[in-house]
Design a protein around this ligand. Sequence first.
Ligand code: GUN
Length: 284
Amino acid sequence: MAIRIDGKALAQKMQSELADKVSLLKAEKGVVPGLVVILVGDDPASHIYVRNKERAAEKAGFYSETVRLSADISQEELLAIVDKYNHDDRFHGILVQLPLPAHIDEDSVVLAIDPDKDVDGFHHVNTGRLWSGQPMMVPCTPAGIMKMFEVYGISLEGKNAVVVGRSNIVGKPMAALLLEANATVTSTHSKTCHLSEITHKADILVVAIGKANFITADYVKNGAVVIDVGMNRDADGKLAGDVDFASVEPKASYITPVPGGVGPMTITMLLEQTYEAARRSLGH
Ligand code: GUN
């Protein structure tokens, strides 16, 4: 039986410790970390994510603002709003929730964010820093996964790490962080041939493909560490990961559940990075 990595409990602990650090920063330096989340359109999942981010930011004592914009806003208007927050010193972090409506070019919007306020770590300056071995702001989901490895004492050095999925949000930055931690990394994706042969060699298996219960026991080596980034709805509308938990758990040494695994860590790392950005704004 695998050890379950309890992302929910770790996130709660980290967010409560962060609230104390935020109080101290305010008391000692008079600075409150500020986060603005910009949401465009009516995507129901995005609305839930954004509400959760807003609540967590307020609970940790942040200065928090959420900008909800209509789906038909023009790209120019959106860029002007981002620029306004670039120049507003109350905010140390700017997050534009993705996906954006089809008529808006996501890259242009991400690249309009001041890299020093890019708490998602999506700006090319920050992806460049990450791939050059000098990470600063790192995409929050892979950052949360690295935190889980650290806290659970899971060593990465020299291990075979296989990442399934190559998105800019999870797969690619996950591969970069694992490489930085001296793992031997294989990036796999929808065009990969003989996927199960590759995943079967993984000591560390991170799955982020958005297909419910796709990774079954046949894909997993005995004793592997299995990290499930999936947030899918199955046929009954129930939340399901990318990993078939029931069949994989008996083979794994560690496994993250869905829900309560990776998900809560993403918001936690967003808050941590906003706090760090606030400290950096003071020259720390
Ligand atoms: N949409 C899905 N995940 C994310 C994320 O981590 N950041 C942003 N901005 N949008 C997302």
